[in-house]
Design a protein around this ligand. Sequence first.
Ligand SMILES: Cc1ncc(COP(=O)(O)O)c(C=O)c1O
Length: 367
Amino acid sequence: MKYFGPKFLINLNQLSSNYDLIKSRIDNCDIMATVKANAYGHGAIQIAKTLEKKNVRYLAVFTLDEAIELRNAGIKSNIFIYSRLTIESLKIASKLNLTLNISSFDDLNFLKNNDSENVKVHLKFDTGMTRLGVDAGRAKEFLSEISKVRNINIEGIYSHFSTADEGDLSYANKQLNLFNQVIVIAKSLNIIPTFIHCSNSGAILNLPASRFNLVRVGMLLYGSYPSDEVPKDLNIKPVMSFTAPVVEIRNVLKGTQISYGGVYATTKDTQIAVVQAGFADGVPRPWFEKGYVLFKNQKLKITGRICMDQLMIDVGEKSIQYGDEVLIFGISEDHGEINLNEISDSINSTPYVLMTAVGQRPKRIYY
Ligand SMILES: Cc1ncc(COP(=O)(O)O)c(C=O)c1O
């Protein structure tokens, strides 16, 4: 049965090109590709398979379940789990070759009291994000303690920036200084991990000094910039394109109210097309205010509130038919490009929110 409905067209070649562009920007330092949250909505398994073919040094997920899903799909690459250590993850980490996050003194005690079978761990220090991580100020105490724990392999030390994608980098630089102090302490205690990492997408562009020998990258791989305050000079392109079919065309008179709430009325006699994609599929609801879709490089205004499964557009005099597909975001040879950065700027959101909010219902087509 031929599929008719909203689609996510996922261009794996584009993912590879984005990967290569990032790799050349970071002078070939290693990449930990962040594929959590279903690879930011793109489908973790397919994305991981493509990155594995590129010999990515590490993949990162958030939950143990996400890691197990990748292993069940045959992914062999190193996998790091960002979330807080749990007994479940400790039990199967070695068997599944998963690398765990150690981010507190409690985790340290937990390791002491449980058999960890030489599990690989990365130690997380909080330098100012105030989320997970041992206080950088207690690094010496923590590192001396952990160096005594047997049966663990301290493979990495890392931290996470909270403002690396902003124009004012003073806070990020403070974080970086603190992190550098942690590394000095580790070295003085003879802890020399294979990987030191701190950079996310924002830092890759804004703070080259924070690269160390591994970067944890998500957003840039998928083809959008983390914010408007980074140099947008990488030539990355969206991996995902969201298209949906026109399912109805109606002639309406000037002054016709469209969609819920009647907040929009036509300003002239026109044609309104109904498109089969709504906020349940991932069309950002506030986008209707200034939003548009693309059809053969022409902008067609979204008219009225976006519904759960459908939205309406003003097609004017244009010739558009039942079954024609329009581009909601992404890039297409037929229609042009709408980057999520443009939509997120317009509705005061971020590409992170919009990407990870894409629905489960549209068919994902990989090519
Ligand atoms: C700990 C950690 N590192 C790296 C990343 C990747 O960030 P980005 O998508 O900005 O590259 C994330 C994403 O949220 C994260 O939580």
